[in-house]
Design a protein around this ligand. Structure first.
Ligand SMILES: C=C(O[C@@H]1C=C(C(=O)O)C=C[C@H]1O)C(=O)O
Length: 510
């Protein structure tokens, strides 16, 4: 165990004083660096079909065809069984990209016209990370076996790929973007291996292609705004959410064995024009550069919470729980001290840290858990934050038992999004939360062929759906940790503050 030290990286933009009743979030514009103009239009990767023997329902290939009739629609509880029967090797090439392409933001290189069915793929923070498009392969898993099934199938597939990787960094060679459901039922989860990936790390930029694709990059036209936004109740509106929080408080007060439960609700946004993931990603990345901006299969957001990162034998995580938001008449400094001094928030935080550490410990030789949290400041809220790091048992790291998807399974759901004890909390969520979280609050990120990669918890996000020829829909989610001394009205306001990043990204707030 070590004591926490403040890290500059944890401090984001200042939070001005605002009323607690309705967080509004009008903040100064973040500076943006413009790249040089590029004369040519964006090039799109053509789709390629990879032949798979056996039942084609279980591995979608060559472009997410499930909705366009190429493959039959998959029922929610099936999962791939036949990926091992590849008849054709996939050739994966990673090449360093020469300048001048290196001047552009990764997001500027995502073509706008990517199939909206799966949308672009993205995992970025501070301008670095990986973005991708096209579906060379798609693996769908479900139920409680979704993690193991995804891991086995991804490993089997990756072992069959012919890899020619000139760059050899985390994220080069074959990568799969993944978004895993929060709960087991139905647990519909997805891994997508893009046809084209562009990555950037430490100033090095690369392109990975699967199959024959043009590796020259060009800058796409600016993403278009989605027109007028109309908000309406989701499956679980605020009034019923408040009642559910009150009921959870009542239950916890009556049964001391249940200490914390995280309850969430949703909000629907309908846009008059088609909603571009690239538009949302750009807006989120500008205002929340220290969060992990993600897009996988229509789930788009900017999460401040890193579930797990694995690089060789090293693992790390940023656990968040315990939240404050701007209150009129209180300075940031006051808010920070109140948050650090709040027994309620410290308790919620401790449960979350413990659950992460317990899940990770069986795989680790060393685990470094801070004894007290720091404060992470974002534009909309502040969180208590603990950065946990560990060293994996080298045997487990080598024999595949500590691949990232296995580790993620072991730590999910932490008490930051589930509760304490986990089983009791999940039962109460099932009972009181009148909606399916789907992939909200589940693990989202990317994994490479060696089981390295990064997963965040899918928070501050929306599930997008497109309707051809019409506007789009976004289903926004937000939740709060509820403990015996929670106040339902306060939790409702906290959830509103957590909805702000996506609302403002939709509205194009600068
Ligand atoms: C559940 C969410 O956030 C989680 C809950 C928190 C809390 O209860 O204080 C803080 C950060 C996250 O771990 C969300 O943003 O939807």
């Amino acid at each position: 165990m070590r004591s926490a030290t403040r890290s500059d990286e944890m401090i984001e933009n200042a939070v001005p004083n605002r009323s607690p009743a309705r967080p509004s979030g009008r903040f100064p514009e973040a500076p943006r660096t413009a790249g040089p103009e590029v004369p040519c239009a964006p090039r799109f990767a053509s789709r390629r079909t990879v032949r798979v023997s056996g039942d084609p329902r279980h591995v979608r290939c060559g472009g997410g065809h499930a909705r366009d009739g190429c493959h039959p629609t998959e029922s929610q509880d099936t999962y791939p069984r036949n990926v091992e029967h590849f008849q054709q090797n996939l050739t994966v090439r990673t090449r360093r990209v020469p300048s001048p392409e290196g001047h552009y933001d990764l997001l500027d290189l995502l073509p706008e016209g990517i199939s909206p069915d799966s949308g672009p793929l993205c995992w970025m923070r501070h301008g670095e990370g990986v973005v991708g498009w096209g579906e060379a392969l798609r693996i769908e898993t479900a139920r409680s076996e979704r993690f193991v099934a995804a891991d086995e199938r991804w490993q089997r597939l990756a072992a069959r790929m012919e890899v020619d990787d000139e760059v050899q960094l985390p994220g080069t060679g074959p990568v799969a973007f993944a978004s895993i459901a929060f709960g087991d039922d139905p647990g519909s989860s997805v891994l997508i291996v893009p046809e084209v990936v562009i990555g950037q790390r430490g100033g090095v930029r690369w392109v990975t292609t699967i199959g024959e694709h043009d590796r020259r990059l060009s800058r796409a036209a600016p993403a278009r705004a989605p027109g007028t936004i109309r908000y309406s109740d989701g499956e679980f509106p605020t009034t019923r959410y408040r009642q559910a929080v009150a009921e959870a408080v009542r239950r916890m007060r009556g049964s001391p064995e249940l200490s914390k439960v995280v309850l969430a609700h949703d909000l629907l946004a309908t846009t008059s024009e088609p909603l571009s993931s690239r538009y949302l990603l750009g807006n989120l990345g500008r205002r929340y550069p220290g969060c992990w901006t993600f897009a996988v299969d229509g789930l788009v957001g900017a999460t401040p919470e890193l579930l797990l990162q694995r690089n060789g034998n090293e693992v790390s995580s940023r656990v968040l729980a315990g939240t404050a938001w701007p209150h009129e008449g209180r300075t940031q400094q006051q808010l920070m001290s109140e948050l650090l001094g709040s027994a309620k928030n410290r308790g919620e935080h401790t449960y979350a840290v413990r659950s992460l550490a317990n899940g990770l410990e069986p795989f680790c030789k060393e685990l470094d858990v801070p004894t007290s949290p720091e404060v992470l400041r974002l534009r909309n809220v502040m969180h208590l934050a603990s950065d946990v790091s560990g060293r994996l048992d080298p045997m487990l790291a080598q024999n595949g038992h500590a691949g990232l998807l296995r580790l993620v399974q072991s730590v999910h759901p932490t008490a930051a999004v589930g509760g304490t004890p986990t089983t009791g909390a999940l039962e109460l969520i099932d009972e009181l939360e009148e909606m399916n979280r789907e992939r909200y609050a589940g693990p989202v990120g990317w994994v490479d062929a060696d089981g390295n990669g990064e997963f965040g918890i899918a928070l501050r996000c929306a599930r997008l759906t497109w309707r051809s020829g019409e506007g789009s829909r976004a289903r926004l989610f937000a939740g709060c940790g509820v403990v015996p001394d929670s106040d339902p009205d306060t939790e409702v306001t906290e959830a509103e503050a957590k909805l702000l990043p996506v609302r403002e990204a939709l509205e194009g707030v600068r």
